[in-house]
Design a protein around this ligand. Structure first.
Ligand code: SF4
Length: 423
């Protein structure tokens, strides 16, 4: 089914914003940008959805469709979809390690076959009085300022049995979401439930259920809609919209999604890379690329020098007993042989918090947050924290708390270079 772009909000539109504001800007704000790339997973999912839609279309007239017919339809749909994207001149993006399109076709087909065998022919997903596929819903609600927010969405399928309506969504991912991500997976369906609730034709419906079907692993996740979850869903979308409407920059947030982002060629994150690769006589980008290389080499030199500096400092500190006259802390000066400079070494015993290599640090951070001290401490950078601990400048409550984690008598050293003092 062809889905037209509307001016109403949609779950996928707001997801795009959450994933990358720049991608949102390219797609929904700026006019005339075309998507040049298309993820193979979109083709896999789209063909699967079309085939399943056929299995339920006019179900009450036709009943179960034979497998041969379903497989034949899959073949036609797969070809049609590829041809359509070819005409739009979209480059299909594969996952890094598998470039063979036959593998993805087989995966999409496996999803169809598994669905057919586990959920369709068994009657598990045909046990209803009536069903409808690709149904448009237009949920709306009001934000805190009383402004109406209108959405549009497409329900893959909804079934009615007695006074129960079930909203079904198919997912072609390899796995169902882990516990941490289940709520997020259902959010869109709660929104659709809101759209269903407001319709006069469903006034006799007493219960709305939600179902996410993952045919590849053969898993169905279910929820029942209640007022609390609907209210949470509204708030979820209100929060995203508030952020979106006040966004002035729409900065890119590069991540995993960039691989298949249709706007990579115009995105500031990648466009200069394409420019260098494709515009061979573009001297500006070539000059810049040479400068970048120079900078990279200089940075590498700096870090190797820094490493050498640290090794020398460590070696001097290793020999500190030679110069401290048996004391555990103190200050001494070491002359340079020919540079006219000298090294000033300060060693003292201080109280320190666990550092980043210490497992207790994470325990302490969690407790700091839990007990509401985080704002006061603000940073765990040792340069700013350790002097405050030494001088007791934190509140008494925070110092009491930190005292459980502080290590006493930890060595702290400072090594600085200065011009030699003339004798
Ligand atoms: S390429 Fe990545 S960073 Fe750029 S717009 Fe697309 S998703 Fe965002």
């Amino acid at each position: 089914m062809r889905r037209k772009r509307t001016s109403k909000w949609s779950n996928s539109r707001l997801n795009t914003y959450q994933n990358c504001p720049k991608q949102y800007k390219f797609k929904y704000i700026e006019k005339g940008n075309t998507e040049e790339f298309l993820s193979i997973s979109i083709i896999v999912g789209s063909v699967f959805h079309n085939v399943i839609e056929k299995m339920y279309k006019d179900f009450y007239l036709k009943g179960i469709i034979p497998l041969e017919e379903v497989l034949e339809y899959f073949e036609t749909e797969w070809k049609r979809k590829l041809l359509k994207e070819e005409k739009k001149k979209k480059e299909i993006v594969f996952f890094a390690n598998i470039k063979d399109i036959a593998v993805y076709k087989k995966y999409s087909l496996d999803c169809v076959k598994r669905y057919y065998e586990k959920f369709y022919i068994t009657g598990l997903e045909t046990d209803f009085d009536s069903c409808k596929t690709e149904e448009i819903v237009e949920p709306f609600f009001f934000d805190d300022e009383g402004e109406q927010i209108q959405f549009q969405g497409f329900i893959d399928r909804f079934d009615i049995k007695g006074d129960v309506l079930t909203i079904v969504d198919y997912k072609t991912s390899r796995q169902a979401p882990s516990d941490r991500f289940i709520d997020k997976a259902f959010t869109q369906l709660y929104l659709y439930a809101l759209g269903v609730k407001s319709q006069e034709r469903f006034k006799n419906i007493k219960t709305i259920k939600l179902k996410l079907i993952y045919p590849f692993p053969g898993i169905i996740l279910e929820r029942e809609v209640d007022d609390d979850s609907i209210n949470e869903t509204k708030q979820h979308y209100i929060d995203i919209l508030r952020e979106l409407k006040s966004d002035k920059k729409f900065l890119q947030t590069p991540g995993f999604g960039c691989v298949s982002c249709g706007y990579r060629r115009i995105c500031p994150e990648f466009r200069s890379i394409y420019r260098l690769k494709e515009k061979r006589d573009d001297l500006v980008i070539k000059d810049v690329a040479n400068m970048v290389d120079k900078l990279v080499l200089l940075k590498q030199k700096i870090s190797s020098i820094e490493k050498e500096v640290n090794e020398i400092k460590e070696s001097i500190l290793h020999n500190k007993d030679e110069f401290l006259d048996g004391e555990l802390e103190g200050r001494f000066v070491l002359p340079g042989a020919e540079t006219g400079s000298e090294l000033v070494v300060n060693i003292e015993k201080v109280r320190k918090l666990p550092d980043s290599k210490d497992a207790m640090r994470e325990v302490m951070v969690q407790e700091l947050i839990k007990k509401g001290f985080w704002e006061e401490i603000a940073t765990l950078n040792s340069i700013s924290v350790n002097p405050k601990i030494k001088n007791n400048t934190y509140s008494r409550e925070l110092m009491d708390f930190l005292s459980d984690y502080i290590y006493e008598d930890q060595e702290s050293s400072r090594v600085t270079v200065r011009k030699s003092k003339k004798n």
